[in-house]
Design a binder for this molecule. Structure first.
Ligand SMILES: NC(=O)C1=CN([C@@H]2O[C@H](COP(=O)(O)OP(=O)(O)OC[C@H]3O[C@@H](n4cnc5c(N)ncnc54)[C@H](OP(=O)(O)O)[C@@H]3O)[C@@H](O)[C@H]2O)[C@@H](O)CC1
Ligand SMILES: Nc1ncnc2c1ncn2[C@@H]1O[C@H](COP(=O)(O)OP(=O)(O)O)[C@@H](O)[C@H]1O
Length: 511
């Protein structure tokens, strides 16, 4: 099932639709029931009551509903709640009282002095937060963090750890440090990126009963499933030969950076390209003898005079200062082109054609946008979107996770592994993307599927190499990653393997 990423404004719009249809109260009931189930899963065997903290908004309402369901399941609950002007939250407070559960006043002192608990539920603030934590809530969050920092009592954040801004990947000084977060309706940027995501702990999603068309209309980005991405991967005729499987040219490498082009070549071969040629001025290593290489006295002269055209080009990896000029020329060839690394330069603004992929990491995106890296990493969705608007084509903003931006849409990749933070990893990705383009995939689909293929191969290789993962290890797992995504088998007569299902793989120990 496709999942979505919402900003706080998107959730407000979704809630307005639910409210207009008379469904908002049911959504809160559903959310609270999911929170109760998550708490029971988390702490079924732990002694002591569940402690639920409820703020004055709908996030607090979810906590109050959860308390009622836990009580109905025969569990003891302690509920500390702020006064609420929110009608649904008030109504759920009354319902709790009606079943005999007392609500205690919310204070930092009450949090600090409560006896041992099975688990905490943080329903202080969700997507409705504005600015930094204020007043008593700031003191409550400090008290909660102080008593749970030992890790003995789990903390489940309802929707979002209180204090985090839903739309931001950076995190202010004070927020709940959750061991678990149950995202409601869809993910928020804070769940997925940067220091904010670290504060969420293990992330799970409660898909509330929202009409898919409403979710799609209000979402900021899509998270495609492995099955969706796998279905896009190219299928080869049984009669395929190397000339029909895609011809990729890699233009890259220079003195001291020879490996970058070679790794892109390996990525292209392992992603299924039939013929891969490395073009450079430097003497390049051949990590696989199946690669071809052509050394040119002047790449500038070659790109001007070359009459043949490949099915796709990957350009820029380790190429050095002439990369932008070469990119400008290659873009006139009007063949599918991946621009990476040294080719990602502001002077190419507006030159991306529809078959062009730009693959910056945050540093390169900052260069393209003439802003700071911190601005890119604080809001990767907006950064990817801005690069796309300014440069054209399709953009892959790389990271853990990567974002794909095309005219009119955004997607966020699943999975990957922190072991992939090693040199050459992006070079391999550039080769993979070129191979998928050469096989005839549409650029947006090649970008989304290629990034996930790379991430999945990384997850597989990390089982063996952990943080010692190299780009070559990842390339070697691309065939397995392809099978995991349920991509078409190389021989159409062989049945496809079962899709992996796109499980959430946030933490390395879960792999
Ligand atoms: N479709 C869905 O996904 C559904 C989502 N649902 C849930 O709704 C949640 C969003 O609820 P929401 O909009 O009522 O806002 P919420 O986060 O409770 O905060 C508002 C309160 O916080 C206060 N406050 C604000 N900033 C503050 C600060 N810095 N420091 C201190 N206080 C601050 C603010 O006070 P005020 O500023 O008004 O004085 C007000 O009292 C969402 O996260 C999910 O849990 C489900 O129930 C239904 C379906
Ligand atoms: N923590 C991480 N989690 C998932 N993927 C990651 C992580 N760190 C890096 N990657 C992936 O590894 C690649 C690194 O690319 P890049 O920084 O361009 O490497 P290089 O320039 O050394 O080739 C990107 O595809 C990125 O998505």
């Amino acid at each position: 099932m496709t999942d979505y990423v919402f900003t706080a404004a998107g959730i407000r719009a979704l809630d307005a639709r639910l409210d207009a249809a008379g469904l908002l109260e049911l959504a809160m009931e559903e959310a609270g029931r999911a929170v109760a189930a998550a708490l029971l899963d988390l702490s079924a065997e732990r002694p002591g009551p569940f402690a639920l903290l409820a703020g004055g908004g709908a996030n607090g309402g979810d906590a109050l509903v959860a308390a009622r369901h836990l009580h109905a399941a025969g569990r003891q609950v302690r509920v500390l709640a702020a006064p609420s002007p929110h009608p649904l939250t008030q109504r759920n407070r009354e319902r709790l009282a009606a079943v005999g559960v007392a609500v205690e006043p919310l204070s930092a002192e009450a949090v600090a002095t409560l006896g041992p608990v099975a688990a905490w539920a943080d329903g202080l603030l969700g997507t409705g937060i504005s600015g930094e934590l204020r007043g008593e809530l700031a003191a409550v969050v400090e008290a909660l963090n102080a008593r749970t920092c030992s890790g003995l009592e789990p903390v489940l954040a309802i929707d979002l750890p209180s204090g985090l801004l839903a739309d931001r990947a950076d995190a202010g000084p004070l927020s709940v440090r959750a061991t678990h977060t149950l995202a409601l309706s869809g993910y928020k940027p804070a769940h997925l990126f940067g220091p904010a995501a670290e504060r969420c702990g293990t992330l799970t999603l409660a898909r509330l009963a929202v009409p898919p068309a409403w979710a799609e209309a209000e979402a900021r980005a899509t998270r495609f499933t492995d099955a969706e991405l796998g279905a896009w991967l190219p299928r080869r005729e049984a009669s395929a030969h190397k000339g029909t499987a895609g011809r990729v040219w890699v233009v890259g490498g220079s003195a001291g950076m020879e490996g970058a082009a070679a790794l892109a070549g390996v990525g292209a071969l392992r992603a299924g390209a039939g013929l891969v040629t490395l073009h450079s001025e430097a003497e390049l290593p051949l990590p696989m003898p199946e690669l071809m290489r052509t050394r040119h006295p002047s790449l500038g002269q070659w790109v001007q005079e070359e009459g043949q055209r490949p099915d796709a080009v990957a350009l820029g990896m380790g190429l050095g200062p002439q990369a932008a000029a070469l990119a400008r020329q290659v873009l006139t060839w009007a063949v599918p082109t991946v621009l990476d690394a040294d080719a990602l330069q502001p002077e190419l603004s507006g030159l991306g054609h529809v078959q062009c992929l730009w693959t910056p990491h945050p540093g390169e995106a900052a260069r393209l946008l003439e802003c700071s890296v911190a601005e890119v990493t604080a809001d990767p969705l907006s950064a990817a979107e801005q690069v796309q608007r300014r440069y054209g084509g399709v953009v892959v903003l790389k990271g853990g996770p990567s974002v794909v931006a095309w005219a009119g849409g955004l997607s966020v990749a699943r999975g990957g592994h922190p072991g992939m933070a090693s040199a050459g990893m992006g070079d391999t990705l550039a080769g993979i993307l070129a191979a998928l383009l050469a096989a005839g995939m549409a650029p947006q689909q090649a970008a989304a599927a290629g990034v996930r293929l790379h991430a999945r191969a990384g997850e597989r290789a990390a089982r063996r190499f952990g943080y010692g993962l190299s780009a070559s290890d990842v390339a070697a797992e691309l065939g397995g990653g392809w099978a995991d995504l349920g991509g078409p088998a190389a021989d159409p007569r062989v049945p496809c393997p079962t899709p992996a299902g796109g499980a959430e793989l946030r933490r390395p120990e879960l792999l």
